[in-house]
Design a protein. Sequence first.
Length: 84
Amino acid sequence: MDAIRFLEEIGRDQVSPADYAAAVAGLDIAEEQRQALLDGNHAALADLLKARPKMFFGVFAPDEEPLDDEPAEDRPEEPGETER
């Protein structure tokens, strides 16, 4: 199991620090990744995995009005509205 799958699995249940450390010890991963997991160092783990340092996830309801600072080209076209 790699570090990503481990985090997916371990995130499903609450585990004690001792159980977490034992689970990390049993992984077949690079020592640097293991240490980052044990230290809770997400930035180091992201670097080691060549991941994006920051991500954003958002959900917008379809009937929501666009924000004022949203560029016009990103706004959904209203029914009956035509582009100029």
